[in-house]
Design a protein around this ligand. Structure first.
Ligand code: NAD
Length: 318
């Protein structure tokens, strides 16, 4: 482990599917010296810790333990994955009230013991819950990040990569806005190694039209519903998304990810949390990219912003 990583502590609140899959990915990455798992179901956290600890001799020297909120003290990042998940047929916004109550019991303690750390929220509806975490914690907004559409962007890139027959890592495309039903695909900026999709399609004879765009967008947007219908929950891809964000913080990488942050004034969006391509570094969200959106995209982003502004307004936290 490089010396600057030898003291890195990461706390995870919520030892369910997402929290423990992230803990596992973090252990395999070797990025953390210490991982603390916190859950209202202490036995669950302890059982997960035992299982993870048995992987330590085969991976990286890492202290992993079950803890309480005071153990968030000194954590570079605290990941919040506690709360209810979507049931089949439920939208993410349906979880609003239930998870705000959960956050009122968690966030004040995390912020009290760790006022200097980054809060990274995955609990759904993630934009609303990130806004709630920001309001409840009183922390500066750059320190309170939601995983947002990092997952939807990965799903989008995967589907584009399958369609165009190139490695997903060479597909540069973003989903912005709500992590949910109003999310916005940025077709006008999508490219493969700098080549616009339209020109890639013409040069390399790959079909690309409105119905293909629609199909890819709908598959991206409905992926969580499809997975939940089949296996009850989603966790691998979001866990890796969380890991990438944490890595960019720890190494001050300034990597651009579509994460949920406070948007005060961006096109027609005002005063809510939603995802935009953001530079992630040691301070959390360092800055947001000022994108040139086309009219359709900026209108769709405005709709997403309205939906989220209404949802955050209903929290009674303003
Ligand atoms: P889960 O039910 O497996 O785990 C949730 C954990 O939270 C449980 O262990 C539970 O005991 C704990 N918990 C509940 N209330 C608590 C409290 N007050 N204090 C401490 N711990 C508490 O759920 P999951 O599948 O891990 O999903 C967790 C959340 O992540 C859900 O809201 C889900 O919708 C969301 N999620 C987000 C994304 C994303 O892209 N942002 C992707 C998948 C899931």
């Amino acid at each position: 482990m490089p010396s600057e990583l030898s003291t890195v502590k990461i706390a995870i609140v919520g030892s369910g599917n997402v929290g423990t899959t992230f803990a596992y990915a973090l252990l395999l990455s070797g990025l953390a010296a210490e991982i603390v798992l916190i859950d209202s179901n202490r036995a669950k956290a302890e059982g997960e810790v035992m299982d993870l600890n048995h992987a330590v001799p085969l991976t990286h020297p890492t202290k992993i333990r079950a803890g309480d909120y005071e153990d968030c003290s000194g954590a570079v990042v605290t990941i919040i994955t506690a709360g209810a998940a979507q049931k089949p047929g439920e939208t993410r916004l349906d979880l609003n009230k239930r998870n705000t109550d959960v956050f009122k019991s968690i966030i004040p303690a995390v912020a009290r013991y760790n006022p200097g750390g980054i809060l990274l929220v995955a609990t759904n509806p993630v934009d609303v819950m990130s806004y709630a975490a920001w309001k409840i914690s009183g922390l500066p907004s750059h320190q309170v990040i939601g995983s947002g559409t990092i997952l939807d962007t990965a799903r989008f890139r995967h589907l584009l990569s399958v369609h165009f027959g190139v490695d997903a890592r060479s597909v540069h495309a973003f989903i912005i806005g709500e992590h949910g039903d109003s999310e916005v695909p940025l077709w006008s900026l999508a490219n493969i190694a700098g080549m616009r999709l339209q020109s890639f399609s013409e040069t390399h004879m790959v079909p690309y039209d409105e119905s293909i765009r629609n199909d890819i967008y709908l598959k991206t947007r409905s992926a969580a519903y499809e997975i939940i219908r089949r296996k009850g929950a989603t966790y691998y891809a979001v866990a890796v998304g969380l890991l990438r964000i944490v890595e960019s913080v720890l190494r001050d990488q300034k990597t651009v990810y579509s994460v949920s942050g406070l948007v005060e004034n961006y096109y027609s969006v005002r005063d809510t949390y939603l995802s935009l391509p953001s530079v992630i570094g040691r301070n959390g969200i360092e800055f947001v990219l000022q994108l040139q959106l086309d009219d359709r995209e900026s209108a769709a982003l405005g709709v997403s912003g309205e939906i989220l502004r209404t949802a955050t307004g209903q929290l009674g936290l303003d």
